[in-house]
Design a binder for this molecule. Sequence first.
Ligand code: ZN
Ligand code: ZN
Length: 142
Amino acid sequence: MSGEYFATGHCLCGAVNYTISAAPVRMGQCHCDDCRRTSGTGHASNAFFNKKHVRIEGETSHYDSTTDTGSIITRHFCPKCGSRLFGENNAAANIIAVTAGTLDESHWFKANAIVYNKRKPMWDIMDENIPTFEEMPAPLEK
Ligand SMILES: [Zn+2]
Ligand SMILES: [Zn+2]
């Protein structure tokens, strides 16, 4: 287990580490074009936390892109090994997304929603019991 923390994680090379001190506010999987490209796979799996509960050690590089609604998503990655670690959206300034694949233990992860299903590749098979949306539903935007 993660001891005193809710969760811990790190990038592939270990240059960036993080600790999380409370449970996520929500969890989701996104198949949008940007998440597919940055993950190199069929979707991104993200757990969203209050920023005050996530402590990051190590420098990240980042890339900004604009969402369909005009907000800016800043995706952070390790400058050395390229692992995708965190995401921030300027429409939800107190929230940080953590990529589920970089967690040391992620047995607790369960997506509450699958978004941008219309961009899902045929080969990326999802759990049909998870609420699924063709685009980004308004209540989840922030
Ligand atoms: Zn790294
Ligand atoms: Zn996305």
